[in-house]
Write a protein that binds this ligand. Structure first.
Ligand SMILES: C[S@@+](CC[C@H](N)C(=O)[O-])C[C@H]1O[C@@H](n2cnc3c(N)ncnc32)[C@H](O)[C@@H]1O
Length: 222
């Protein structure tokens, strides 16, 4: 971390980071971890989760646009978290908390089934090459986990600048029981999503940006 990131961590971590017990790895989440989100936010509100929030470039403006919701972001890279802390502070918002842990484990262990109104995974992992497909965040098991955690009617919004990964997402998520592709194909670019440096980098390299939105079917449809 640079000096300003260290300062941001010291000033804002107590208020904005949620500590969870870890298992063997420092980014893991222990099986018995539990967070009372209503107590954490001081209210009961729809819960949005972001996995891989980076420096908060989309997290913070999107949370600021949704004062009626609370947003829990998972990010494992501490310098990026520190930058996000300062950004949240500058925005003057109180509806975001960050967990410095793996988002898949956090989603599985820290939320009841049906507790999430939305999940955001925007440019969330770097494994765009086919030979790295085993490391990809999005796969059939992850889709089942997300489906369980979303409330009926809840939305999963995704974006990537890698066509191969976008097609992989379609292949796995279009086939996932209990998820409905809201647009029947690629989603229009989510207007509320600011262009982050990762999206700009993809565009500058001539890549197309792929947005997707899935909805958890209600019990009758599932
Ligand atoms: C390419 S960046 C994108 C950041 C942000 N979503 C944006 O669009 O600017 C991906 C981020 O996801 C984080 N990440 C990847 N997999 C993760 C996981 N399973 N849990 C938490 N963070 C993760 C990485 O550390 C990295 O900061």
């Amino acid at each position: 971390m640079n000096e300003s990131q260290r300062n941001a961590w010291e000033r804002h971590a107590d208020r904005l980071l949620v500590e969870v017990p870890h298992a063997e790895l420092s980014t893991s989440v222990a099986d018995d971890a539990h967070v009372d989100w209503a107590a954490t936010f001081g209210r009961t509100a729809p819960l949005i989760v972001e996995i891989g929030s980076g420096t908060g470039d989309s997290l913070v403006p999107m949370a600021a646009d949704r004062p009626e919701s609370d947003v829990v972001a998972f990010e494992v890279f501490e310098p990026a978290v520190a930058s996000t802390l300062s950004r949240i502070n500058r925005a003057g918002i109180d509806n975001v908390r960050i967990v410095v842990s793996d988002g898949t484990q956090g989603l599985a262990k820290l939320f009841d089934d049906g507790a999430i109104s939305e999940l955001w995974t925007f440019f969330a992992d770097p494994w765009h090459k086919k030979r790295h497909h085993k490391r990809r965040l999005v796969d059939t098991d992850f889709a089942a986990l997300v489906t369980a955690k979303l409330a009926p009617g809840g939305l999963w919004r995704l974006a990537t600048d890698w066509e191969d990964y976008a097609l992989w997402m379609r292949e796995h998520l279009d086939a996932a029981p209990g998820l409905v592709n809201v647009h029947g194909g690629w989603a229009p670019r989510l207007e509320a999503r600011p262009v982050t440096k990762f999206e700009a980098r993809g565009l500058a390299a001539g890549r197309r940006i792929f947005d997707l939105t899935y909805r958890r079917a209600d019990a009758a449809q599932a």
